[in-house]
Design a protein around this ligand. Structure first.
Ligand SMILES: *Cc1c(COP(=O)(O)O)cnc(C)c1O
Length: 399
């Protein structure tokens, strides 16, 4: 196996890197990246096996540790994120959980924004305390709350921005400064902004995590996750944790993600363009009482969003007049936009967070996060914008 002799250089643009970076070509010279569906590897000699286990011979040992297809995906993710190193995982939640557990011990403390993807909130709020790890949840928009929550034993600050499902924007640079002052690490879950529109490492974050299941796959086929950060963190903490505990991504899923990266810039540009048109359309509709889209000038943090994300992103949230009954009528009348809790698909998907993704929270916790019964969230797909708007019109007519 050899590295591509026309390997991209630092001067190449991102679209070029996302097509060429990290290719490991076999002796067959295949154009498309090879799919190495193998759990193990053979050695030329017992001496080579010994050297490889001692780390004196580069090469693969077992696919729970590393695999050529997975390595290509990790390398291309590093090019995208500007990270020193990456590790792919079986799902986004495996990435989040491993990032926490590989470096926290009983007695440590974590500060996180309240508004989190449901399972991320479970990990912070329910799982970590079972192992003696303290946590404080804050309003992510309020830097004063982050600062006040810091303790001498705070090791990790965790946030997502924009948040799910209300699309609030957290000041990543501001929180990174608080993390640095407290000698802690800032971990950013960057799914909702997509890696093309928000670069947490450049804003001072130390670790970035993704559910690759979303826009990186982009067609709703495979689960996967990625953790990116410094070589010191990945090799010093994460690599051994993943190797010993085993939340490995299938080479097949990594291959799908790797190929997904080739078209990511085209797809995300289209998602964002259509999302901003839908937000503008909803804004002018009487039966829509509130539109939450960071790219729209009505968003309370529009300036910060533009500065930090450079676009409004691919997700749109809004409230309909008439609460849950109206939200259900709207959703049930749609024919193109399908009801699903997933996101980041070519297909536009709508969800009613208070009865699905966030039903686990108490009503009080939901209202604290502004997740009302009237709230709907659309993951904008790649369909013709005019068709999506016609579908939304049908939804409005049903209210
Ligand atoms: C989907 C998602 C996750 C979890 O990812 P899975 O691949 O489903 O495990 C975590 N965070 C955010 C923001 C997500 O959208």
């Amino acid at each position: 196996m050899s590295e591509n002799s026309n390997a991209p250089t630092l001067e190449n643009g991102l679209a070029t890197d996302l097509i060429h970076d990290g290719i490991l070509r076999s002796q067959f010279g295949e154009t498309s990246e090879g799919l190495y569906l193998t759990s193990g590897y053979v050695y030329d000699s017992a001496e080579q096996a010994e050297a490889r286990f001692k780390g004196k011979d580069d090469g693969f040992i077992y696919s729970r540790y590393a695999n050529p297809t997975v390595a290509m995906f990790e390398s291309r993710m590093c090019a995208l994120e500007g990270a020193e190193m990456a590790r792919a995982t079986a799902s986004g939640m495996a990435a989040v959980t491993a990032t926490m557990l590989c470096q926290l011990s009983a007695g440590d403390h974590v500060v996180a924004a309240k508004a989190l993807f449901g399972s991320c909130r479970y990990v912070i709020e329910d799982l970590l305390p079972r192992f003696g790890i303290g946590m404080t949840l804050v309003d992510g928009k309020d830097l004063g709350q982050w600062e006040a929550a810091m303790r001498p034993n705070t090791k990790i600050l965790f946030l997502e921005s924009p948040t799910n499902p209300t699309l609030e924007v957290v000041d990543i640079e501001g929180v990174a400064k608080i993390a640095n002052a407290g000698d802690a690490l800032l971990v950013v879950d960057n799914v909702f902004a997509t890696p093309l529109h928000q670069r947490p490492l450049a804003l001072g974050a130390h670790i970035v995590v993704y559910s690759a299941t979303k826009h990186i796959d982009g067609q709703g086929r495979c689960l996967g996750g990625v953790v990116l950060g410094s070589e010191e963190f990945i090799m010093g903490k994460l690599h051994n944790f993943l190797r010993q505990t085993g939340p490995s991504i299938s080479p097949f899923n990594a291959w799908v993600m790797l190929k997904g990266l080739e078209t990511l810039p085209l797809r995300v540009a289209r998602h964002v363009e259509t999302a901003s048109q839908i937000a503008e359309y909803l804004h002018n509709e009487a039966k829509i009482t509130r539109v939450l889209y960071p790219g729209h000038k009505s968003h309370p943090q529009h300036d910060l969003a533009m500065q930090q994300m450079g676009s409004g992103g691919p997700m749109v949230a809004f409230e309909v007049a008439g609460g849950k009954a109206a939200a259900f009528k709207f959703s049930n009348a749609l024919r193109i936009i399908r009801i699903s809790n997933n996101l980041g698909d070519a297909k536009s998907l709508i969800t009613h967070p208070s009865t699905t993704t966030h039903q686990r929270l108490s009503e009080e916790a939901r209202l604290e996060l502004d997740i009302t019964d009237a709230l709907l969230r659309i993951s904008v797909g790649l369909e013709d914008t005019a068709d999506l708007i016609r579908d939304i019109d049908a939804g409005l007519a049903a209210i």
